[in-house]
Design a protein around this ligand. Structure first.
Ligand code: FMN
Ligand code: NAG
Ligand code: NAG
Ligand code: NAG
Ligand code: NAG
Ligand code: NAG
Ligand code: NAG
Length: 386
C-alpha cells in the first residue's frame, strides 16, 4: 500500500491539463525542410488540411496568420470544434459493396448541383493570405464544382468575385445587417444583380467577438457601433426585401432551429463562427446531435448545413450522419489560399479523397444512406474544453 502522498504525486500528471495541438503530429515538420516567414513549402508536401495551417503559420507574417487563427476568449470553443469529432466513434460495417460510392458524392444545396457535400464557408479578407485574395477561392470552387459563399467583408468586391465565376458556377453571398434598411436594400440589390443564388444572413454576430489573440494586433471591429439588432421581425422585413432564399447562419440551439422551421426559413446553418464569437458556445456537431435527439424532424423539414473545426473527411461523415446536408470549412481554405488557386484546389482534392476513402472504409455504399446507425450517438470520453 503506497502512502497517500506518494499516490497523489503519481496522480498529478494525469490531472494536469492535456496539451492542445493545433495540428495533430503527423510528421509534417520532418518533410517540409526550410520554413519561415516568406518561405512557402512545396505544395506537394501538403497531404492534409492541417498541413496548410502549419504552412500558413510559418509562412505568413504573424499579423496575417493571427487574423485567420484568432478565436474568442480562451479559445475553448475553437479547440472544442476541432476535438469534439474525436468523441464520436464510427460503427463501421464490413462486407458491403462500396464500389459505386463515388457516384453518390454529388449533392444539391437549395436545389443547385454541386460535386461534393462540402463547401467554402464565408471568410473575410483573403488578401491577408494572397495578393489575388478571393480569386483563389472562387476559381478553385469553380474548377472542382463546389459551393463558395463569399463573405460580405471579402477583399475583392462582389462584382470582382462574380466576374471570376466559371460558366454556370453558383455562388452564395453572406450578409450582415447594416446600420440602415436602405443599406440592407442596396446590398441585397447588388447580390441579386450579380446573380448570387442565396443570401446567408449571419445571426451570431450582435457584437464582434472578444478575440484576445487578435486584439494584440489591433483587430477590433467593435468601434462602438452599438449592437446589431437581428430578430425574427428583422428576418421577415428582410424576407420582403429580396426574392432570393435566406439561410440563417450561426444557429446554435435546437429552439432556434425549430423557430426557423416555424418561420418558414429556407435553410439553417449550424455554426459558432469557428469559435470566434461566444467563448464556450457549442460546436455544430453538438448542436446537430441535440437537434437529432430533441427535434429530428427538422432535418426533413429544412436543409441544414454546418461548419466549425472540420478538417478531415471523417468529420464531414459524422455531421452528415445526424442529418446535415452540406458542411463548410473556412480556415483550411484561407490557409490553402497562400498558394492561390492551386492550393485551394489541392485542399479540395485532398478532402474529397479522404471523404471517399473514409466513407468506403465505413462500409457506406451510398453517402446519402448515412444516418445515426453509422455512429455512436453517446459520446465516448470527453476531451473538449481543457
Ligand atoms: C478569417 C475568418 C473570417 C470570417 N469571416 C466571416 C464573415 O465575414 N461572415 C461570416 O458569417 N462568418 C465568417 N467567418 C466564420 C466562418 O464562416 C465559419 O463559420 C468558421 O470559420 C468555420 O470554422 P473553421 O474556420 O474551423 O472551418 C470567418 C471565419 C474566419 C476564420
Ligand atoms: C442537376 O443535375 C441533374 C442531373 O444530375 C439535372 O437533371 C438538373 O437539371 C441539374 N440542375 C441544375 C440546376 O443544373
Ligand atoms: C499580409 O496582409 C497584408 C494586408 O492585407 C498584405 O498586404 C500582405 O500581402 C500580406 N502578406 C502576405 C505574405 O500575404
Ligand atoms: C430592434 O428590432 C425590433 C424588431 O425587429 C424592434 O422592435 C426594436 O425596436 C429594435 N430596437 C431598436 C433599438 O431599434
Ligand atoms: C411583407 O410584405 C407583405 C406584402 O406586401 C406585407 O403584408 C407584410 O406586412 C410585410 N411584412 C413585413 C415584416 O414587412
Ligand atoms: C473515388 O474518388 C477518389 C477521390 O476523387 C479517387 O481518388 C478514387 O480513385 C475514386 N475511387 C473509385 C473507385 O473510383
Ligand atoms: C438508417 O438507414 C437505414 C436504411 O438505409 C435504415 O434501415 C435504418 O433504420 C436507419 N437507422 C436510423 C437510426 O435511422
Amino acid at each position: 500500500m503506497l502512502p497517500l502522498v506518494i499516490l497523489a504525486t503519481f496522480l498529478k500528471p494525469a490531472l494536469a491539463a492535456r496539451a492542445f495541438l493545433n495540428e495533430p503530429d503527423t510528421g509534417i515538420d520532418r518533410t517540409v525542410g526550410d520554413i519561415g516567414v516568406g518561405i512557402l513549402p512545396d505544395l506537394t508536401d501538403m497531404v492534409s488540411l492541417p498541413d496548410f495551417d502549419f504552412a500558413a503559420r510559418n509562412y505568413l507574417p504573424a499579423l496575417n496568420y493571427t487574423y485567420y487563427r484568432q478565436a474568442a476568449g480562451g479559445e475553448g470553443s475553437y479547440r472544442n470544434n476541432l476535438e469534439i469529432f474525436g468523441n464520436y466513434r464510427f460503427l463501421p460495417r464490413q462486407m458491403q459493396d462500396v464500389t459505386a460510392l463515388n457516384s453518390t458524392l454529388p449533392t444539391t444545396i437549395l436545389g443547385y448541383n454541386f460535386s461534393l457535400p462540402f463547401f467554402i464557408a464565408p471568410a473575410s479578407r483573403a488578401a491577408y493570405g494572397h495578393p489575388k485574395a478571393e480569386a483563389g477561392l472562387v476559381e478553385a470552387a469553380g474548377r472542382e464544382g463546389i459551393l463558395y459563399a463569399r463573405s460580405q467583408f471579402a477583399t475583392l468586391s462582389i462584382n470582382e468575385v462574380h466576374a471570376l465565376k466559371a460558366p454556370g458556377q453558383v455562388l452564395f453571398q453572406q450578409f450582415y445587417r447594416a446600420p440602415t434598411l436602405e443599406e440592407d436594400q442596396a446590398n441585397l440589390d447588388s447580390i441579386a444583380a450579380v446573380g448570387a443564388k442565396a443570401v446567408i444572413l449571419t445571426v451570431d454576430t450582435n457584437s464582434y467577438g472578444s478575440r484576445q489573440r487578435g486584439l494584440r494586433y489591433g483587430f477590433d471591429r467593435t468601434e462602438n457601433r452599438g449592437y446589431r439588432n437581428v430578430t425574427w421581425e428583422y428576418y421577415h422585413t428582410l424576407r420582403n426585401m429580396t426574392s432570393l432564399p435566406i439561410v440563417l447562419k450561426g444557429i446554435q440551439n435546437v429552439r432556434d432551429a425549430q423557430a426557423a422551421v416555424d418561420n418558414g426559413v429556407a435553410a439553417i446553418y449550424l455554426s459558432n463562427h469557428g469559435g470566434r464569437q461566444l467563448e464556450t458556445s457549442p460546436s455544430a456537431l453538438e448542436v446537430a446531435h441535440d437537434i437529432y435527439v430533441n427535434a429530428p424532424d427538422i432535418y426533413k423539414q429544412i436543409e441544414v448545413y454546418a461548419d466549425g473545426g472540420v478538417r478531415y473527411g471523417s468529420d464531414i461523415l459524422k455531421l452528415m450522419a445526424f442529418g446535415v446536408r452540406a458542411v463548410g470549412l473556412a480556415r483550411p481554405f484561407m490557409y490553402a489560399n497562400i498558394y492561390g488557386v492551386e492550393g485551394v484546389q489541392r485542399a479540395i482534392q485532398l478532402l474529397r479523397n479522404e471523404l471517399s476513402r473514409d466513407a468506403s472504409n465505413l462500409g457506406l455504399a451510398d453517402i446519402k444512406a448515412l444516418n445515426t446507425s453509422w455512429i455512436q450517438t453517446t459520446r465516448s470520453s470527453w476531451v473538449g474544453f481543457i
